[in-house]
Ligand binder design. Structure first.
Ligand code: F0G
Length: 351
């Protein structure tokens, strides 16, 4: 069957009409992979799946929301969009705006986004500002700019973003023919956990599925305002995608966790890196560090004996590992440089 992207697949659930021009890069339809090594490691009797959102066109889940936000911006006659970003929103906005033929302005924290993400916005021709400030400060500037100038906001405060992103919950349910018992998900600006909850609730209310998952969100411990119940002025973590001290959808994320009988907790950078390496070295899946916070959360919850051993679990891997190659190569030893000498090479390899 041909695939035309999330707007066409889930049109009846989305705020689009016959006049909405569909700006798509055929996002969505990402794999839900069985995590055999994780199941084994945890001696878990139920199934564990990984929703590999890194396989979206620009390498993160942001594309699901961006296709709707940019399509609506074009429908409404907007000529320019703007976002603050830790890198993935800006990469996605840059690609979709370019496809729509409109201007994209991105404000990113200087020296605090992964190289791949910066490259994406630059090569798509966005107007990129590297702000001497963090993400929270960038978002404040963008919010003020959209109030005063003819610019469309495409951060997740734009409701079309969350509408698009909820399609990931639909896909999980459509693949499993039910909702999971529990979902682990990284939390940064807190839009995605909110979007998943909208999606799961909608499928439940429309009787497509008979259950809803517990949503278990995880922040990085150096950037965990929701867990610590206070804004963090100088958020820190190696998971730069979720280095956020004052999430825009704070209240909605707390509500999603509470209504779903889940929670929001935090994991350390070491726990994130352990999960990141485990996935790469055992499941063959390369995700970015922020994404590994979901699996780090599962490992932590398992240690804390929060999980029943027959639960159907899904962890969301929000972005691709290639976004942040510098961090990846720091985790492992450098390959040896060798002469063009087959004997020497084979001896080194132990043959
Ligand atoms: N994982 C990745 C890879 C992300 O890029 C983000 C957010 C999150 C998780 C957290 O999602 O913000 O909806 O809670 N990135 C945003 C950005 C902030 O600008 O790209 P969230």
């Amino acid at each position: 069957m041909s695939y035309y992207g999330v707007i066409e697949r889930y049109r009846k659930y989305l705020p689009v009409n016959d006049k909405t021009p569909v700006i798509t890069l055929l996002e969505g339809n990402t794999p839900l992979l069985r995590a055999y090594s994780l199941e084994k490691k945890l001696s878990h009797k139920g199934e564990i799946y990984l929703k590999y959102e890194g396989l979206n066109p620009t390498g993160s889940f942001k594309d699901r929301g961006m296709t709707v936000a940019i399509s609506k911006a074009v429908e409404e006659g907007k000529r320019a969009v703007i976002c603050a970003s830790t890198g993935n929103t800006s990469a996605s906005a840059s690609a979709y705006a370019t496809r729509a033929g409109i201007l994209c302005i991105v404000i990113i924290p200087s020296n605090a986004i992964a190289l791949g993400k910066l490259a994406q916005s630059m090569i798509h021709g966005a107007k990129v500002i590297a702000l001497k400030g963090n993400f929270d400060e960038a978002l404040n500037i963008v919010l003020e700019a959209t109030e005063k100038y003819p610019l469309q906001l495409v951060n997740s405060l734009n409701p079309y973003r969350l509408q698009g992103q909820k399609t990931a919950a639909f896909e999980i349910c459509d693949t499993l023919s039910r909702a999971p018992d529990r979902q682990f998900i990284p939390v940064g600006n807190a839009g995605n956990i909110t979007a998943y909850w909208i999606g799961y609730k909608e499928y439940f209310e429309k009787d497509v599925v008979k259950n809803k998952p517990r949503l278990c969100g995880y922040q990085a411990s150096g950037s965990a305002p929701i867990v610590l119940k206070r804004k963090i002025d100088k958020p820190e973590t190696i998971a730069t995608a979720i280095r956020i001290g004052n999430p825009a959808s704070w209240d909605k994320a707390v509500a999603a966790a509470k209504e779903s009988d889940g929670y929001i907790d935090m994991v350390t950078d070491d726990e994130i890196l352990e999960a990141y390496k485990f996935l790469a070295m055992n499941e063959g899946i390369f995700c970015e560090p922020a994404s590994a916070a979901s699996v780090a959360g599962l490992l932590k919850a398992h240690r804390e004996k929060k999980i029943k051993d027959n639960e159907l679990i899904v962890c969301i891997l929000t972005g691709h590992g290639l976004k942040d190659p510098n961090l990846a190569v720091k985790q492992v030893s450098k390959p040896p440089e060798m002469e063009c000498d087959i004997k020497e090479i084979m001896r080194y390899l132990g043959f």
